[in-house]
Ligand binder design. Structure first.
Ligand code: OOG
Ligand code: MG
Length: 265
């Protein structure tokens, strides 16, 4: 049974309410067993419309499930994208409260800020690198609206790729000043001074610029494109780490610097 068009809105409303009320819901694919990825992006689109209609503004986009560590952790095999909104922004060194979330996790990522438009199809990593103005260290807080943080690919697409909060480091590094290429950049994630996960930029589709290229090419299939000034999160380099009250989280990336936040009750 395919999803009837009128149902996209219903599932989008359910996901939005779950985020707003911080309450888990059952997976859409428990209701609609054969929900396709294409249909799930239509639900995501309705969800984005609901947020825009309630006065929120898009501040960037994100790729998800771009590393083997993330794909293995979530048992999902294809990259996905979603959108970041103004209410998700947490200043570097800021505080979040556990009460804002259902079951949050954190990931260390590399963010790109474009200096030129990027329009697919066939965008390459080289084109991404020449269109990028700055790169920055980022921490993404993801918070699936689904019970026990478990989902299939279409479920997580519909849920705006689990987007919840984003922290960007205070230093934006002009990409042409990098002395080591982004695939060789080391990334370490510390919680309360303890190393929880580490990896290198290459974990993200061999090079984080490939992730932005995949995004541009996925958007092109929908007649959309990336614009100068856009921020893109390229995806978790390592597996995501659960957050608890009292945590101070620091992401450290070679050349790009640090990014941090803390979690209170
Ligand atoms: C989906 C979002 C994944 C990433 O960086 O891989 C993501 C999830 O794992 O809940 O943001
Ligand atoms: Mg992420």
């Amino acid at each position: 049974m395919a999803v009837k068009v009128r149902h996209y809105r219903k599932f989008a409303e359910l996901l939005n309410e779950a985020e707003y009320e911080k309450r888990e819901i059952t997976r859409i694919t428990e209701d609609i067993l054969d929900l396709s990825v294409e249909e799930s992006y239509k639900i995501q689109k309705e969800l984005i419309k609901i947020k825009i209609n309630s006065g929120h503004r898009i501040i960037g986009s994100k790729m998800g499930l771009t590393s083997q560590a993330k794909m293995t952790q979530m048992n999902v095999k294809e990259p996905i994208y979603g959108y970041l909104f103004d209410y998700m922004f947490v200043p570097n060194g800021g505080v979040v409260h556990l009460s804002e979330f259902i079951h949050p996790k954190v990931e260390v990522e590399i963010a790109f800020i474009l200096g030129e438009d990027l329009e697919g199809p066939n965008v390459t990593r080289t084109q991404v690198l020449s269109a990028t103005k700055y790169v920055a260290p980022a921490l993404e807080i993801i918070d699936s609206r689904y019970k026990d943080f478990k989902f299939t690919l279409p479920d997580v697409v519909a849920d705006n790729a689990s987007s919840s909060r984003v922290v960007i480091g205070s230093t934006l590094t002009p990409i042409h000043t990098l002395k080591i290429d982004l695939d060789l950049i080391g990334a370490a994630l510390y919680v309360n001074g303890e190393l929880k996960a580490c990896g290198a930029g290459a974990a993200v589709l061999n090079h984080p610029a490939n992730s932005a290229a995949v995004l541009a090419n996925m958007l092109a299939r929908k007649g959309e494109s990336l614009k100068a000034g856009d921020m893109i999160l390229t995806g978790g380099i390592t597996e995501a780490i659960n957050l608890t009250a009292g945590d101070t989280v620091i992401g450290q990336l070679d050349q790009l610097g640090d990014v941090s936040f803390s979690v209170k009750e």
